[in-house]
Design a protein around this ligand. Structure first.
Ligand SMILES: Nc1ncnc2c1ncn2[C@@H]1O[C@H](COP(=O)(O)OP(=O)(O)OP(=O)(O)O)[C@@H](O)[C@H]1O
Ligand SMILES: [Mg+2]
Length: 471
């Protein structure tokens, strides 16, 4: 049987998904079919390989990382098409196989799909049909690998003490954490409330060389001033009424490890001097004692205030500020890295699933709102919001109604705020603003933008092309 294949050249139309970096293998004994398939696949960006028979195909599969196989169901030789398909699937389970069958053998194609084939084409096939099919398999494979990547990224958070986020801002922070964790200098962690300052401090300690030593957090904001002193420096028997025996301070208990001074801006000024001395001299004097004792601890401090302003206002000692400020790590607020929101959402949903035993997901509409909201309470607010939504949600999918009203209103603000108040706007312009605005909010993540806007990727790319030609 000969198969008519038009060898017209197939230009890749701009805007269609490209299959670059994907490898395709054509297995067919007819040269015209191999050539036709190869031409279409190459025009889409696939790297192509060809084989005339099964044995040859197995050798290519061994040697190359093949993503897609176009397999003729009727090859010369002993094995049936279905047997060859099973062989390919067992050798390369991730590869997608598209089977090529003649008319009248659709039944066997259906059988092939039951055995794991991705789809089938019937001979004689038209090149346009094949092109669409290959485009579809390419975007399916891209999506599958993105999902895999996403899962790996979520898993890889463990490397940094549970900090989730892959925005460029967070990547920069990870590099800094890795760098400072190797030294013993003081580090000041700055960030708005709920941005993860304690998480970062823990990451510095637990990825550093003193990770087996104690990590002692001290909340300077919640202890009464007189208590902070005895907590940090300890006291000796009889130092004050009720001091019936001496007690070690946290700076001593943390010996060899790290003390994390949270809310350092709240430390009373006289204690600031005492702390400065402890850092400089590397020794402390417990309350009521006349003797100093050496300490060897790393100081990490955190604040959500601008310490420089506190210094100017005379509320924070300049010399202590300079001591602590040897390295400052600034954690950006969540609204400046909205790209991390989907990752954080899936991280907290998994966490909630572990504690509640119920795996919930979030509707696209609700996710859109999460992205529009500005999160003044940062990651903590996001975590609380999901916890609440999970408790309210009746089904497996959290809906807009399960979100707090402040977040539901974000949509209104986002939609209204982006439109000029006093002029009529065409639907096309609204669409343009929605598309460009969403991509901007997601810092260029077009795939996620298309998903959240509820349009196909191809449509999104086509629109972007239109806009580019209009500008
Ligand atoms: N990037 C992140 N990945 C995962 N969880 C995070 C992240 N950032 C913050 N969290 C979580 O959000 C909550 C608040 O974080 P954390 O207590 O470290 O914030 P904070 O900056 O110290 O806030 P505050 O200034 O209010 O003390 C914690 O439950 C923390 O685990
Ligand atoms: Mg904190």
């Amino acid at each position: 049987m000969t198969t008519p294949v038009a060898l017209s050249s197939m230009p890749n139309l701009g805007g269609t998904p490209r299959a670059d970096l994907l490898n395709l293998l054509v297995v067919d004994d007819e040269r015209s079919v191999r050539d036709g398939c190869r031409e279409v696949a190459q025009s889409l960006g696939f790297s192509t390989f060809v084989a005339e028979k099964a044995e040859h195909a197995y050798r290519v599969l061994e040697a190359q990382n093949i993503d897609v196989v176009l397999l003729d169901m009727r090859l010369p030789g002993g094995a049936s098409g279905l047997e060859i398909l099973q062989q390919i699937k067992s050798r390369k389970p991730d590869a997608e196989v598209i089977v090529i069958t003649g008319y009248g053998t659709v039944q066997s194609a259906v059988h092939a799909m039951k055995l794991g084939a991705y789809d089938y084409v019937t001979k004689p096939f038209n090149l346009e049909e094949l092109r669409l099919l290959l485009e579809r398999v390419a975007s399916h494979l891209k999506l599958a690998s993105e999902n895999r990547l996403l899962r790996e990224k979520i898993k890889s958070k463990q490397g940094f003490g549970g900090i989730v986020g892959r925005s460029p801002e967070m990547e920069k922070l990870y590099r800094l954490i890795a760098k400072v964790s190797r030294s013993a200098h003081p580090v000041l962690v700055q960030g708005e409330s709920g941005t993860g300052k304690e998480l970062v401090a823990r990451a510095i300690h637990f990825t550093g060389p003193f990770r087996d030593q104690p990590f002692i957090p001290v909340d300077c904001g919640s202890l009464v001033p007189t208590l902070i002193e005895s907590e940090l420096f300890g006291y000796v028997r009889g130092a004050f009424t009720g001091a019936v025996r001496s007690k070690e301070g946290l700076l001593t208990i943390a010996q060899g490890g790290t003390v994390f001074l949270d809310e350092i801006a709240e430390l009373p000024v006289d204690l600031q001097s005492k702390l400065l001395r402890a850092i400089q001299e590397k020794e402390i004097r417990p309350v009521g004692s006349t003797k100093s004792m050496p300490i060897n601890v790393r100081i990490l401090a955190a604040t959500n205030r601008d310490l420089e302003v506190a210094v100017q206002d005379g509320k924070f000692r300049k010399d202590l500020y300079f001591r602590l400020n040897v390295v400052t790590l600034k954690i950006p607020p969540l609204r400046e890295r909205k790209q991390d929101i989907p990752l954080l959402v899936s991280h907290f949903l998994e966490k909630l699933a572990r504690s509640s035993g119920v795996q919930r997901d979030i509707s696209d509409e609700a996710m859109k709102l999460m992205l529009a909201h500005d999160w003044p309470g940062n990651v903590r607010e996001l975590e609380n919001c999901l916890e609440r939504a999970c408790a309210l949600s009746s089904g497996p999918l959290m809906q807009v109604a399960d979100l707090p009203t402040s977040i539901q209103n974000a949509q209104l603000h986002a939609a209204v705020g982006s439109l000029p108040a006093n002029r009529i706007v065409s639907i096309a312009e609204m669409e343009r603003q929605a598309i460009l605005g969403t991509i901007d909010q997601l810092q260029g993540d077009k795939l996620m933008a298309a998903k959240l806007l509820g349009i196909g990727k191809t449509t999104l790319y086509r629109k972007l092309k239109e806009y580019a030609s209009q500008d």
